[in-house]
Ligand binder design. Sequence first.
Ligand SMILES: C[S@@+](CC[C@H](N)C(=O)[O-])C[C@H]1O[C@@H](n2cnc3c(N)ncnc32)[C@H](O)[C@@H]1O
Length: 360
Amino acid sequence: MYLLATTNGGLESVTAGELDELVGADAERHHRGVVEFEADREAVYDLHYRSRTCHRFMEVLVDASIDDLEDVYDRTREVDIAAHLPFEDFGVVSTRHGHHDFTSMDVSERVGQAVIDGYREATGERLPVDLDDPTVRLEAYCYDDRFTLAVDLTGRSLHKRPYRVCEHESPIRPTMAYSMLRIAGYAAEDSLVDPMAGSGTIPIEAALAATDRPPCPDHDPAFGVLPRYDAEAFAERRAAHEPQSPSLNIEARDRREEWLDCARKNRDAGGLADEIAIVEADAREATLDADCVVTNLPFGVRVDEDLRNLYAAFADRLVEGSVDRAVALTTKPEFLPLEPVERYDIPYGRLDAVIVVYEP
Ligand SMILES: C[S@@+](CC[C@H](N)C(=O)[O-])C[C@H]1O[C@@H](n2cnc3c(N)ncnc32)[C@H](O)[C@@H]1O
């Protein structure tokens, strides 16, 4: 099967590394935030409870070059649509990039019409459309002359982790947190500190990964409605998966009691009370003795001076401590007086953020 996975823009190579590790896939960037790869159905099931960097998986129905909107219709009509879609309401979401004389709305409309026509030709029935909350979601991409149409397999995005019962005011996306841990090369035997952990996302993702627990253990993908998938086979594979229980050395620090309490709630909701220590500490002062330091620095859009002082003191602690690899997400890498060995540019909402890697 030919598949797409969505992830955080700028971290496609990290996702490719994860897909290779989990199912031996040789994934390539399709466009920003999306990778393409071949895998079998079992791999698709496994990825739905094991992937930690991906948001959604989709099976590709069309991947072709097009000249105009009629090509979008014709290529979609070539698909045996009744073999892929159930008799359920569907919706098409389109993204367009490049110079075209049509809009993404036009693409959705042509794809939708071709799906309705193809399904009616095969079955005599008219598929209902629901644009707001469709049971079956199709995703169309027109990137220059490349048209890709895929059916969503995942349903609710996998970045919505159930352990997050307490929300920080500026939380990191769990898939990005785990990607940073991969960039740090974190492994179960390493000691890890997040000195500015907020609600604990990075330490929690580390502990889930080190114990090989599914990040969304009760997630219900779209397999139950899609004709070529088997929800029971998926559930059986997930139930047969056995987590590990290595002894871990993971610390989540913050200086504010409010966030320490929030981290405690999330950690406990994830069943990780024994795996993560939650410690009140000021990152400007506390010693950093750990194999890996992975953190999401405060962006402080308003108070630059305080931020400079915090970043400088944190950098001093990194240099003084015994840290092999430090990975930080920030919008102000210039405030960190250290030379990065790697960097990843990440669009972060409306901000331009960067993941920087140091070997202090
Ligand atoms: C961007 S938030 C981290 C959010 C976290 N990754 C999450 O997902 O919840 C940065 C955190 O740094 C903490 N912080 C700021 N200055 C600090 C300091 N000097 N020492 C320790 N923590 C600090 C803030 O309280 C805040 O919780």
